[in-house]
Design a protein around this ligand. Sequence first.
Ligand code: GAR
Length: 206
Amino acid sequence: MPGERMRIGVLCSGRGSNLQAILDASRDPAYPAEVAVVISDNPRAYALDRARARAVPAEVIIPASFPDRIQHDLAVAQRLKEYGVGLVALAGYMRIVSPQFIRRFPGRVMNIHPALLPSFPGLHAQKQAVLYGVKVSGVTVHFVDEGVDTGPIILQVPVAVAEEDTEESLSARILEHEHRAYPEAIRLFAEGRIRAEGRRVWIRRS
Ligand code: GAR
């Protein structure tokens, strides 16, 4: 039987399809991580329903209830600590987390981004890729550092951009790859196979 699984906290702002992929992966008892809590900044996030449907605690921490961004982040960090998480996964969390948050989980905050970083950071990465006219975009899973989408890269998956692609069609194709890449990166982390040194990340595959 597998041993104790790593507890992860997932932060979401909306639809939560990446959360769903992680929840689905963790249904396998051999998967080395489990979602301990989902926290959203948005009370209407569908991600909250997805968590509750799996009996995973789902909490809302509203930024407007705090005097500033840092106080909100610290409240989220405190809650994650109370749930004993060993990894924080940002999954469509539409906020930039502060250095104060990241320092509470050094080397333990991951994000997924719908482009091949360092191309097209920030919002609407798929639209940026279509407008720029690149022939290849994709998915990046990376550790979060104090910049915006600048942290050490764990996994990337290229996705071809077709001439007729729109933001919507490209987003849908990239999303399918996101749903495989994120659970895979989390698995590698929970199995202790990821080592980061500066910008570079090594993955032990065997
Ligand atoms: C995903 O495509 C994710 O990569 C993107 O938001 C979407 C969330 O979808 N994240 C970013 O753009 C972060 N800059 P989901 O809520 O269905 O997982």
